[in-house]
Ligand binder design. Structure first.
Ligand code: 5RP
Length: 236
């Protein structure tokens, strides 16, 4: 499975492989989105085949749902599962308090709903994503297409009073058209460079009409499994 992986992919793979140790027979598991989460779904499928585990998965995107079915994982909706034992998902940045930026893959809304409806969230990541202060990675906001330019202007105004360094707001594009989420919404990426108070920022941006959710995960993650390029794994 791991022949010819670059150090970064190896780091993602070893974190993903270790994370499936948190899964036990009969569990309902939230399945994250992104390249690290995709490794986890493959590793879980392999473990299920080898050990005969019965797992029910709630995917956080249509991409993950397709992969999970391919790997033989039973897929149900969150409302069918009702509550989850654990969610395993990647992140774009994490800090020492396990606060995260997520949504680089555009799935932040389902990811936040699913992680919040879980007893435990396990984050899987390579070591390069650890930061002292969040914000070098652009913060994604999921925004309703109706009036999105007005919403962007309101966000820009809101940022003036926030403890951030940059204020550029860009509409995420896919080829020449706006990127569209599984919910049919757009993504605005906030280039803030430094987020001094992530908890406050998260509360404030979610007050702006038109914003559905933001990619800050505050007090949601419980464990981080960090992979290194040499194959070592750290758990915190
Ligand atoms: C998707 C996400 C991903 O977890 C995040 O972008 C990390 O992705 P990758 O594992 O590919 O580095 O939040 O919305």
């Amino acid at each position: 499975m791991t022949q010819e992986l670059s150090p970064i992919d190896k780091a993602k793979f070893v974190a993903a492989r270790r994370s499936v140790d948190y899964i036990e027979d009969g569990m309902r598991v939230g399945l994250g989105t992104g390249s690290t989460a995709a490794w986890m779904v493959r590793c879980l499928g392999e473990r299920m085949r080898e050990e005969g585990l019965r797992i029910t998965g709630v995917p956080t995107s249509s991409r993950t749902a397709d992969l999970a079915r391919k790997m033989g994982i039973k897929v149900v909706s969150l409302d069918e599962a009702k509550w989850l034992d654990v969610t395993i998902d990647g992140a774009d940045e994490f800090d020492g308090d396990l606060n995260l930026i997520k949504g680089g893959g555009g799935a932040l809304l389902q990811e936040k709903i699913v992680a919040t409806a879980s007893d435990r969230m396990v984050v899987i990541t390579d070591s390069a994503k650890e930061v002292k202060t969040l914000g070098a990675f652009p913060l994604p906001l999921e925004v309703i297409p109706f009036g999105w330019q007005t919403t962007r202007a309101l966000i820009e105004e809101t940022l003036v009073n926030m403890d951030v360094l940059g204020r550029e707001v860009s509409l995420r594009m896919n080829d020449d058209v706006p990127y569209m989420t599984d919910e049919g919404n757009y993504i605005l990426d906030l280039h803030l460079r430094r987020i001094g108070n992530p908890r406050q920022l998260s509360l404030v941006v979610n007050q702006v009409p038109g914003i559905v959710e933001n990619g800050l995960f505050i007090d949601i993650a419980d464990v981080v499994v960090i992979g290194h390029g040499d194959g070592a794994v750290e758990v915190r």
